[in-house]
Every structure is written in C-alpha cells, then in structure tokens.
Write a protein that binds this ligand. Structure first.
Ligand SMILES: NC(=O)c1ccc[n+]([C@@H]2O[C@H](COP(=O)([O-])OP(=O)(O)OC[C@H]3O[C@@H](n4cnc5c(N)ncnc54)[C@H](O)[C@@H]3O)[C@@H](O)[C@H]2O)c1
Ligand SMILES: [Zn+2]
Length: 359
C-alpha cells in the first residue's frame, strides 16, 4: 500500500493506493474524522459487484449507509440523475455532517462529487474510484460536474474530496477495453513529466496487461502523485495543469466527431497523443525516435494511434474551434520537447490543421 497527501491548505487530504483497500474505507474515513451518515453513490455495473463489501467496510460509521445506484454510463452525468440523488438525500434527511461516497468510475466520481459539492452547500466526499481511468486521473483534482445537452462537463464545481482510496483489486473486473483505455492516461503522465516512469512502463508493459497488482499499484500511485503535484501547483486550471491536456486537444475533437461512444476517451487520447507528438517533432524539436517510442507503447497496449481516415469532418473542425482551451483565436496545445517534458504552445487552428494533414 502507498499513501501520500495532496497538499491544498485547508483542502489537503490523504490518498491511499493498494490492494484490498475497499475493505478499509470505513476505518480510513474515521481516521479522517468522518463519522456521519454515508450515502454510497454507485452504478449498475459496480454496485452489484462491490456494494456488499463497501457497506460492510462502512459499518464502523454511526449509521447504516444509504445506497443510491444509478444506471451505468455517461448519460447518468445529467441534471435528471443529479436531481434524483438530491431527492434521495433529502428524503433520508441527510444533514451537513453526512458524507457521500463515490463508488464507481469517472461518471460516478463526477456526479457524486458535484452532489457533494452542492448538497447543503457541501458535504464530505470520499472518492473510491473503481475504473482505471478514475483511479489514475479523475478521482484527484477536485473537478466535479455533469453534462448539459449542449456539451460535456459544462456544469460543475471544483470540490476536493476528504479522502481518496484507490483499490487495485477492483480493476480485476474491469472489461478489457476500459482497462486499456486507462493506459493512455498512464503513459500520458510519463510522457509529459517523467522519463524514468516511461522507461519503467516500457519494461513492465506485459505485466501491466496481465494486471499484476504490484505493477498496477506502482502505475496508479505514480500517476496520482504526478497529478497531485500538478494540482498542488495550480488548483484551478491553466498554467501547469494544462500539461495534463497532452493528447486531449486532438483527442477531444476526435471524440466529439466520432459521437460520444464511438471512441472511448482513452482511445481518442491515444490517437491524439501520437498526433501531438508528431506536431512536437515539427514544432518543439522532439526526436523522431521518441515519437516512435510513444506509438510503440500505445500500440503494444492495444490502443489505436492513427487518425481515422475521415477525421477532417465538420464536427472535428467545430470541436477544435470550440475547444475551451482556445484563447484569442488560438488553440492551446501541449507538446513534448522530449519524453518526460511537456510544454504548452498556442497555435492558430489553421496551422494545427495543416500539420495534422501533413504529419
Ligand atoms: N473529474 C475529472 O478530473 C475527470 C477526468 C477525466 C475524466 N472524467 C470523467 O470521467 C468519465 C469517464 O470515466 P470512466 O471511464 O471511469 O467511465 P465510467 O464511470 O462510465 O466507467 C466505465 C465503465 O466501467 C464500468 N466499471 C467501472 N468500474 C468497474 C469495475 N471495477 N468493474 C467492472 N466495471 C466497472 C462502469 O460501470 C462503466 O460501464 C467521463 O464522464 C469524464 O468526463 C473526469
Ligand atoms: Zn483524459
């Protein structure tokens, strides 16, 4: 087991990464001084698998937890589902001393996190991420929110959890495709911040794909420590935190063009990272061998790395233009100087398109 703290002044909190941690969430919550009634928010895939164990683990708390289970999938990050969460909390007379336990992937983390941020102007939040993507990325940093029919994550709040517990054992039941997409985010941290981690990932790839607990614990803990360092330096976005968008400028546009559900987020990011690495070759002096190294790792992890044949669609261009990182007519890009060193660059959308068309 590994643990560390995210240092954010009054919002500082511990993070635990290890095998079998689900069994300890009640004790860990108590150790943080949390003892009020808990509502466990989960989804229809995770609940049937892990709720019993989660509830047993929460038994050291004062009262029997309330369970709020929503449909699995992105569509639950909606105002309707959020309203149902509030209804259930109010019906059960939850008060300001209660807490919300987000037991699920990024969808649950964002939804339950936003509920915690807003219910009675804020109640304690415990993140128990169950997907790889949630464990290496979305559980930490305090971004919470829901989607609007006009776009993803348009409604939300920054709200830090009081505790994060990432139980590696939960990754065993993750479908293969969802597991592999999480790897795109893992290699992203290495690519932008940590060349030694990249080398380690190269060495461990087979073991990672076999989901060996020790290598997974290493990867999840590394990613979360890196994300914590970034968030500590820059809690409310931009600056340093922008580096986490490596692969995401192109990736988000591909996701939007494919229609949500066509490409998984991590798959779009894998393609985006290789496209942006090629751009880095042209604009930031990245060595061709480094681009190949990144692509080799992603391909080895079973992730796509080439732009789809029809990428130049209206939707793709619109999505790039709408990219919220766009400033003063420029698109904000993250490029690599070398593996382990990301830099940000603003570029005109037309120039970006030219490079994408002629890599
Ligand atoms: N807050 C942030 O900083 C942040 C960062 C990145 C992504 N996100 C958000 O995260 C969401 C995507 O997260 P996700 O990929 O985890 O999606 P998800 O929550 O939909 O989980 C993916 C699928 O895996 C299932 N699942 C989760 N854990 C499982 C387990 N242990 N065993 C079996 N099945 C399991 C889920 O039910 C779902 O079907 C998006 O909404 C995205 O916007 C947020
Ligand atoms: Zn991402």
């Amino acid at each position: 087991m590994q643990s560390f703290r995210v240092e954010l002044k009054p919002r500082s909190h511990p993070v635990y990464v290890g095998y079998g941690l689900l069994e300890q969430i009640g004790e860990l919550a108590r150790a943080e001084g949390l003892s009020g009634r808990a509502a466990v928010v989960t989804d229809s895939n995770v609940g049937p698998r892990y709720l019993t164990r989660a509830l047993r683990a929460l038994s050291p708390l004062d009262r029997v937890p309330l369970v709020i289970q929503v449909e699995a999938g992105e569509r639950s990050k909606s105002l309707d589902t959020l309203a149902r969460v509030y209804d259930r909390l109010l019906e059960a007379r939850f008060d300001r001393h209660s807490m919300i336990v987000a037991l699920g992937g990024g969808v649950i983390g964002d939804l339950a996190g936003f509920a915690a941020a807003t219910f009675l102007r804020g109640v304690a939040l415990i993140q128990v991420p169950t997907s790889f993507l949630a464990q290496v990325d979305s559980c930490l940093g305090g971004k919470t929110g829901i989607n609007h029919p006009l776009g993803k994550n348009l409604i939300g709040a920054f709200y830090q959890p009081r505790l994060i517990t990432a139980d590696i054992a939960l990754l065993e039941s993750l479908p293969e495709r969802e597991f592999r997409e999480g790897l795109a985010e893992v290699v992203k941290y290495a690519a932008i911040m940590d060349e030694a981690m990249f080398a380690q990932l190269e060495q461990d790839q087979a073991a990672i794909l076999r989901r060996e607990p020790t290598v997974l614990e290493y990867s999840v803990a590394k990613c979360l420590r890196h994300k914590a360092a970034v968030v500590e330096g820059d809690e409310h976005e931009d600056g340093l935190r922008a580096l986490l968008n490596f692969g995401h400028t192109v990736g988000h546009a591909l996701e939007a063009a494919a229609g949500y559900g066509g490409l998984l987020h991590g798959e779009a990011v894998a393609i985006g990272m290789v496209a942006e690495a090629r751009l880095s070759q042209a604009l930031a002096g990245l060595d061709a061998g480094e681009v190949a190294r990144l692509q080799r790792w992603l391909t080895g992890a079973g992730l796509p790395t080439e732009m789809p044949a029809d990428w130049k669609s209206e939707k793709f261009l619109d999505a790039l233009a709408l990219d919220k990182k766009r400033e003063a007519g420029q698109v904000r890009l993250v490029l690599l100087r070398k593996i382990g060193q990301g830099v940000t660059l603003s570029i005109a959308p037309q120039q970006l398109l030219r490079h994408l068309a002629n890599p």
